[in-house]
Structure formats: C-alpha cells, structure tokens
Design a binder for this molecule. Structure first.
Ligand code: THU
Length: 136
C-alpha cells in the first residue's frame, strides 16, 4: 500500500526545511493517509516560543488540507537516538489513527523503534469517546 522508504524520505526531506533557530533541533515527520498518499511536515519555531509547531502537526495539517482524515502510519526523524512524538502530538496523531497505527521513530539513517498509538497514548481521549463529539 505504501513504501516505508518513501515515508522516510518524505520525512527527511521535510526535516531539511525545519525552521528551528531557537532549539536547533530539526524534526521531520510524515504520515500516510488512507489513500496511500504521503504528507510531510517539519517543526516551525517562533520567537514567541509557545507558538512553535511540531513536525507531526505540520504533516497532519498537510493531510487535512488535502482532504484526508485517516492515517495508516506515521514516521518521525531527527538527529537523535530515538525521537518520539511529544504528548500533544500523540493526541493529534490519535485523532486520525487507531490504537494499532504504527508510529516509526527514526534517526537520520534508520528506523530505531516502532510503537503503536496505543503504546504511545494509552487511555486516550479519542474521537470515539462518548463526549468527544458533543459539540459537533
Ligand atoms: N519537536 C517536534 O517537532 N516533534 C517531536 O516529536 C519532538 C519535538 C520539535 C519541537 C521544537 O521545535 C523542537 O523539536 C525542540 O523541542
């Protein structure tokens, strides 16, 4: 359905464009939509630090803008032994994936670990939560 090397390449290419002048920690992420299309993002920091956004958020925004709302897999890459999504991004990924959706964590050369969304965010407040759609 999708090629993991293509997913990795997309995340790595996005990482090259990361705007991280404050942390100097560049991150790339890519997600696979239900269509098989791949969407990538990078972290985009801001002088007002809390306004910075993570790579995963960028990838999910690109997917939503293209009209997709389900992910089959995600990959995050950075120059680190094993970068894992922050808590907020785990929640963002859970919005569009399921408990078994794989999240691949990679350094710049290889996937170092793979976790399911269930591993990363147990007991998630998910879209199927009885109250999650109360305001829709
Ligand atoms: N960051 C991401 O983009 N994704 C992650 O999975 C971990 C952290 C970014 C946020 C910030 O721009 C920088 O990395 C340092 O925390």
């Amino acid at each position: 359905m999708f090629d993991i090397d293509t997913l990795f390449s997309a995340a790595r290419a996005a990482r090259a464009n990361a705007y991280a002048p404050y942390s100097r920690f560049k991150v790339g992420a890519a997600v696979v939509g239900a269509s098989g299309r791949i969407y990538a993002g990078c972290n985009v920091e801001n002088a007002a630090y809390p306004q910075g956004t993570c790579a995963e958020a960028g990838a999910l925004c690109a997917m939503a803008a293209a009209g997709e709302t389900r992910i089959l897999a995600a990959l995050v890459t950075a120059d680190a032994p094993c970068v894992t999504p922050c808590g907020g991004c785990r929640q963002k990924l859970a919005e569009f994936g399921g408990p078994a959706t794989p999240v691949h964590c990679a350094d710049l050369e290889k996937i170092v670990a793979t976790f399911s969304l269930q591993d990363l965010l147990p007991h998630a407040f998910a879209p199927d939560h009885p109250r999650a759609d109360a305001g829709r």
